[in-house]
Design a protein around this ligand. Structure first.
Ligand SMILES: *Cc1c(COP(=O)(O)O)cnc(C)c1O
Length: 383
């Protein structure tokens, strides 16, 4: 078993190499000769997510989290939706963390509820409050390793322990942490879900998702995916594999820069609050330190003054582009009230702690001195 950075390059690669090729070739073929496949799900076919380019990724992603198996899908939402529709049936009940990724929140309140699957929210950092929310139909507990946009961290050890004690499944959206910061399956989660669109690919040039876990659970999700149809194209598999190889070097650099930038912002008189788990005043700093191997590279902060001032700051930034999404080599900023949280009323946003002048920053791999100088000049104007 190789260490993380070696597994990123080599886990799952074919032996012998195909025609001696050092990188995995793209098998842009919809269908293949059966070659001994005995059942439908073993016949290589792109919709079944089982062509050679898929299989390399499955072995690699499983290795990164110490899991038996993995499955790549067409998007992070395909991974989340297919998983929830695999492990939940009409009448079932789900416990979910309060601040979920917008798409997941809408899925649980929309499509799942319409199918008769109810969800109840929990404070993921307060395990003593969870048991009261269980029902006889509760089948799973669902959290995110680092939540958007306030970077809250659940009590991860308590989630695993609770799920085992109550005989329900523990599911985690591990997108913001990645397997480098949190190998969720090795830690004890039943399924770790990813939007590979973000750090795993890291280049903002594709959309993909993954489900990582036991052979038995991943097989169930794979069979459901064959019918729901969220297949990842082989060329996107190839790009994802290429991007994934540099996850370790990218993410460590991004995390070091994010921690520096968070400290810089925390000291700036033009900023009222900074949210990043590396900061000692983050509400789950101690939990993050206990369970994570790093604090991620996402941060958010409130610009002193009104919304016009926050928008002015965003306009003046020269390096980070103002766009949604995250986890790429380039820094990106957004104001969640206008993007990820625009569907909520202003009152709901305030209750969730998302003020209108909150800015979220996805720290890229640019030189951190340039990023800090850029933030400094954009904050200085109008002071
Ligand atoms: C982006 C994101 C998703 C959805 O992923 P897509 O690849 O865009 O479908 C899910 N969860 C989190 C935490 C995300 O950041």
């Amino acid at each position: 078993m190789h260490r993380f950075d070696t597994a990123l390059i080599h886990a799952g690669e074919p032996h012998p190499r195909i025609e001696g090729a050092i990188t995995m070739p793209v098998f842009q073929s919809a269908t293949f000769e059966p070659r001994g496949a005995s059942n439908y799900f073993d016949l290589p076919y792109i919709r079944l997510n089982n062509t050679p380019n898929h299989r390399v990724l499955h072995a690699r992603l499983a290795a990164l989290e110490g899991a038996e198996d993995a499955l790549v899908l067409a998007s992070g939402m395909a991974a989340i939706a297919t998983t929830l529709l695999t492990v939940l049936a009409p009448g079932d009940h789900l416990l979910v963390q309060e601040s979920l990724y917008g798409g997941t929140h809408d899925l649980t309140c929309g499509e799942l509820r319409a199918l008769g699957i109810e969800s109840t929210t929990i404070d993921a950092a307060a395990p003593a409050t969870w048991a009261a929310k269980l029902t006889p139909k509760t089948k799973a507990i669902y959290v995110e390793t680092i939540s958007n946009p306030l970077m809250h961290v659940p009590d991860l050890a308590a989630v695993v322990e609770f799920a085992r004690a109550k005989k329900i499944l523990s599911l985690i959206d591990n997108t913001f942490a990645t397997p480098l910061v949190f190998p969720a399956v090795r830690f004890g989660f039943d399924l770790s879900l990813h939007s590979c669109t973000k750090y795993l690919n890291g280049h903002s040039d594709l959309v993909a998702g993954a489900v990582v876990g036991s052979a038995e659970l991943v097989k169930r999700v794979r069979h459901r995916a064959a019918h729901l149809g969220g297949a990842l194209d082989p060329h996107a598999c190839f790009l994802l594999e290429r991007g994934l190889k540099t996850l370790g070097v990218r993410m460590r650099h991004q995390m070091a820069s994010a921690a520096r930038i968070a400290r810089f912002l925390a000291e700036s008189p033009a900023i009222t609050r900074v949210h990043h788990p590396a900061l000692a005043d983050h509400p789950q700093h101690a939990l993050a330190k206990r369970d994570l191997q790093g604090f991620g590279a996402m941060l958010s902060f409130e610009v002193r003054g009104d919304v016009a001032r926050a928008d002015d700051f965003l306009r003046r930034l020269a390096i980070p582009a103002n766009a949604p999404s995250l986890g790429g080599v380039e820094s990106l900023v957004t104001r969640p009230a206008t993007t990820s949280h625009s569907g909520m009323s202003a009152a709901d946003r305030r209750a969730a702690g998302v003020s209108d002048n909150l800015v979220r920053l996805s720290v890229g791999i640019e030189d951190p001195d340039d990023l800090i100088e850029d933030l400094e000049q954009a904050l200085r104007i109008g002071q």
